[in-house]
Design a protein around this ligand. Sequence first.
Ligand code: CA
Ligand code: CA
Length: 145
Amino acid sequence: MSATKEFLTPEEQQEIVNAITLAEKNTSGEIRVHIEDHTEKPPLERAQEVFHLLGMDKTSARNGVLFYVGVHDHTFAIIGDEGIDKVVEADFWDCTKDVVIGHFKSGAFKEGLVAGILRAGERLKKYFPYADDDKDELPNEISRS
Ligand code: CA
Ligand code: CA
């Protein structure tokens, strides 16, 4: 089994998908989690690349958020699209990242991701409230490479 498979149990993966679904009930924002083993690139640069590869820059309100985890590399990054960066406070992603990494340090990977996702959802709700005609523009399933 690869490290990315062992990183989260199937039950934990489902809890993360559930957290995304729950967060997206409050906001039109689209949250995704991408997990991979290793990259040669700096995590933030790789996260930007994955963001584009997953078509996350195509949401109508430019309000996608990506949580990127490099399992073997012990790296983590969060990035939001330009619609979000225009409105949230500059340190929002850093604060969210600190919350996630606080859990990661004790090996609580699922808890960290769930806490980060819910925090992002709460914040997005203020600027991008859920609308009745909302579309699920990006799948809530965890992405891997
Ligand atoms: Ca949506
Ligand atoms: Ca979604």
